[in-house]
Design a protein around this ligand. Structure first.
Ligand SMILES: *Cc1c(COP(=O)(O)O)cnc(C)c1O
Length: 355
């Protein structure tokens, strides 16, 4: 498109609408109506934008409630925003099981990640959102490990805002754009703190004053990264004719098989994920003191998972690509690595920059 059309393709291939078109594909997977999701920026930047918007809806309140199972970038961004606003906002971080009890009337925003990145533990989105609303708070959900992994019903749960990742279960490629969701009733009531021209009502009028466009697109900032968005858009092709309930069913079947096989053949490992499949996402983690080295040895044999400090070996299940046979084969390689201690080599113990 670039080679033959150059800049004309912004119109002829609708590149200008690619954030919204890609957002609509994601919307279907997360229980959001068309026109309520845009693909843009990174998850971290989107957390900044939606948290700022959410706080503006509760100007009298100062507490942002989150939990210590949240992914650190979400917490870092919340602290940074609080410091920038300089209005006395407080980030309150409790244990995941204490969130419900901590939803008090001083909470402006409850900001949680639905699926814990280490253990896969799932928060009850509908119930916690209901509790937050009962206390007059706004609910933001991070779907980084949910989108494309488990069925999500943002509208059913009444979530106010959501963000998520394009490069995990959606397979958009390394550094793929993220997405954000704004509930229809808030879309024209909030503005982005990053008032860039792509969120303007008429970017090509080149007015000197900012006027946000109607709808979720006002949360976009600058020129969309078309190469990266095209890759994410194409990656979503495989989801076009599948039902998330079917993906969930196979995910549970794969992960149950994995747990049974590991517990039968790898007694050295301890399950770190909830045992009840309804309480975990599409990942299973095991703890092992030398988990880093074991994961490197696995990767060397073509079984690719990741390691999360201090001792978590995380295995992700993408039902569209993995078979039950893959699971059995992976565990037999894992068992052999543990039994022969072939992980116990210097090359597997040197920590790389990305784990
Ligand atoms: C992976 C992940 C992110 C990543 O944020 P980026 O800005 O894309 O680096 C953010 N939040 C959660 C909960 C994640 O799991």
């Amino acid at each position: 498109e670039w080679g033959t059309s150059l800049i004309r393709a912004w119109n002829t291939h609708s590149w200008i609408d690619l954030p919204a078109r890609t957002g609509d594909r994601i919307a279907r997977l997360i229980g959001a109506p068309a026109g309520s999701v845009v693909a843009c920026d990174s998850t971290s930047v989107n957390v900044f934008k939606v948290l700022s918007a959410a706080l503006s809806l509760r100007p009298g309140r100062k507490v942002v409630l989150s939990d210590n199972g949240n992914f650190p970038t979400d917490l870092y961004v919340a602290s940074g925003l609080a410091a920038l606003l300089d209005k006395g906002h407080e980030l309150k971080i409790v244990a995941p099981e204490e969130v419900e009890g901590a939803i008090t009337e001083d909470v402006a925003v409850m900001m949680l990640t639905q699926v814990d990145y280490r253990t896969g533990r799932v928060h009850d989105m509908a119930e916690l959102t209901r509790k937050a609303h009962e206390a007059g708070a706004i609910a933001i959900w991070d779907l980084a490990h949910s989108a494309g992994a488990i069925p999500v019903d943002l509208m059913g749960a009444g979530a106010d805002f959501a963000v998520g990742c394009g490069y995990k279960y959606l397979n958009g490629g390394p550094g793929a754009p993220a997405f954000l969701y704004v509930a229809p009733e808030h879309q024209d009531r909030v503005t982005s703190p990053l008032t860039g021209w792509m969120g303007h009502e008429a970017p090509f009028a080149f007015d000197l004053d900012y006027r946000p466009v109607s709808g979720v697109s006002r949360m976009t900032v600058g020129t969309p990264a078309i190469l990266a968005l095209s890759s994410l858009h194409a990656a979503l092709d495989v989801f076009a004719d599948v039902d998330m309930a079917d993906i969930r069913a196979k995910s549970i079947s794969l992960s149950e098989l994995f747990i049974a096989e590991v517990e039968a053949k790898c007694p050295q490992l301890t399950l770190a994920s909830p045992r009840d499949p309804s309480e975990r996402g599409s990942q299973v983690s095991f703890r092992f003191e030398e988990g880093y080295a074991v994961m490197q040895a696995l990767i060397a044999r073509g079984v690719i998972g990741d390691f999360r400090a201090p001792d978590v070996m995380r295995f992700g299940f993408t039902p569209l690509y993995l078979s039950h046979q893959d699971i059995v084969d992976a565990v037999s390689i894992l068992a052999e690595i543990l039994e022969t201690e072939s992980w116990n080599r210097p090359e597997f113990k040197t920590r790389a920059k990305v784990t």
